[in-house]
Design a protein around this ligand. Structure first.
Ligand SMILES: *Cc1c(COP(=O)(O)O)cnc(C)c1O
Length: 399
């Protein structure tokens, strides 16, 4: 028997659930891309994007996924032979590094493993050792979506300042933006990147690169930047088509407009962060209870370093894959795979799963996901502690 008929629930950490309002806003005939509504709506859209990233500086938009944002950001400020310090706390830090290498960028990796955040003291030491300031940029993933580790961006900036090092601070906010608090200007971030399909609730296909005045100066000093990735015209276009280096992503723009309106209606980005953190605490309360007995365990022990957008779980092979299959087939709830967690003992990362809780998410959705996980634990005879759903409800009721 299956209980999955009804609305399917995609509980993976991106692409996230698309609001019906966003889908409806996209369901329309193609607009004129030379004049009229689409052209006129851009200035306000740019302002609203800046508000989400908490910056007064520039934003360039690309028709691309997050990988495009990675390459766009690197391409504007790094030339072949330049060096970067890449701080890795999971698969995505390495992914960004792998985008830098083919550009001829020399990469110094500092790997903090799969369970711990970046240690700012280690960053300070590494930068102090770089006497001749050969490192041009520090690459940091705010929330690594594979491990669900949230890094302290302001602390990394403080370490860079303490070392008196002039490198740019470049931050991957693809998982975190619109979910976990992120303050580009207040935290001294030079380049921040995100994409449309996670906290921003729009289908995959748009990428955003925010950059400071300092980063713009570095761009000006570059001998060459490839035309398509160059952020200069995109961020300050004379003509509408320059925003996108060609035809606009017309329907994505309507979807994004709607999503940004939804954020405003909720009370702005602060209210959105508060919702995410409250719901995340309910989720962690449930996992804390299940973890009291049996194999289930949150990947990140310290709540201060857990993301409010995604939670990575360890449950031992083959339970992770078995649980995902069960909740999807029987209940219509799709959980995320374990990413980057492969090992010799567990080559397919069957001992891991992830719960996405980013973007268009409310309390009944969280309770639905948690109840589905508990149903799976029971059905598959995976030992677990009791009281999880009650604990989550307690957190939710305390609004
Ligand atoms: C999703 C994600 C990416 C990659 O984005 P794609 O759109 O899949 O290319 C990169 N970094 C982080 C932190 C992500 O969560």
């Amino acid at each position: 028997m299956t209980l999955s008929f009804g609305r399917p629930f995609l509980a993976i950490p991106g692409p996230s659930v698309m609001p019906d309002r966003v889908l409806r806003a996209m369901h329309r005939p193609g607009p004129n891309i030379y004049e009229g509504e689409l052209v006129e709506m851009m200035p306000a859209l740019i302002d609203d994007l800046r508000a989400i990233a908490r910056t007064r500086h520039n934003v360039a938009i690309y028709i691309a996924n997050g990988h495009g944002a990675w390459e766009a950001a690197l391409s504007n400020v790094l030339a072949p032979g330049d060096k970067v310090l890449s701080l890795c706390t999971g698969r995505f830090g390495h992914g960004w590094t792998e985008m830098a290498e083919p550009l001829g960028v020399q990469v110094q990796i500092d790997d903090f493993g799969m369970r711990a955040p970046v240690d700012p003291d280690r960053v300070e030491t590494a930068l102090q050792a770089d006497t001749y300031h050969r490192i041009r940029a520090v690459l940091l993933t705010h929330v690594d979506t594979s491990t669900s580790i949230k890094n302290d961006v302001a602390a990394v900036r403080a370490a860079m300042d303490a070392a008196g090092h002039p490198a740019l601070l470049m931050v991957d906010c693809i998982a975190s933006m619109g979910c976990d608090r992120f303050e580009m200007d207040a935290w001294g971030v030079d380049v921040a990147i995100t994409a449309s399909q996670k906290g921003l609730m729009v289908p995959p296909g748009m990428a955003f690169v925010f950059f400071s005045g300092r980063a713009a100066q570095v761009r000006k000093g570059m001998a060459r930047v490839t035309r398509y990735w160059d952020w200069t015209d995109r961020a300050s276009p004379d003509l509408f088509y320059q925003y996108f280096g060609g035809t606009a992503p017309t329907h994505h723009l309507y979807g994004l407009r709607e999503a940004l309106d939804m954020i405003t209606e909720e009370g702005g980005i602060e209210a959105v962060w508060t919702r995410h953190s409250h719901l995340a605490r309910a989720i962690w309360a449930a996992f804390d209870c299940w973890s009291t007995s049996g194999p289930l365990e949150m990947n990140v022990a310290d709540p201060a370093h857990r993301s409010c957008a995604v939670t990575s779980l360890r449950i031992g092979a083959p339970h992770g894959t078995a649980l995902r299959r069960w909740t999807e087939e029987k209940l219509g709830v799709t959980l995320g795979i374990g990413l980057g967690m492969q090992s010799e003992d567990d080559p397919n990362a069957d001992g891991f799963f992830r719960l996405g809780h980013m973007g268009h998410l409310n309390a009944p959705m969280v309770m639905g996901a948690l109840s589905s996980i508990q149903s799976g634990l029971i059905a598959l005879h995976i030992p677990h502690g009791t009281g999880a759903l009650e604990a989550a409800v307690q957190v939710i009721s305390d609004t």
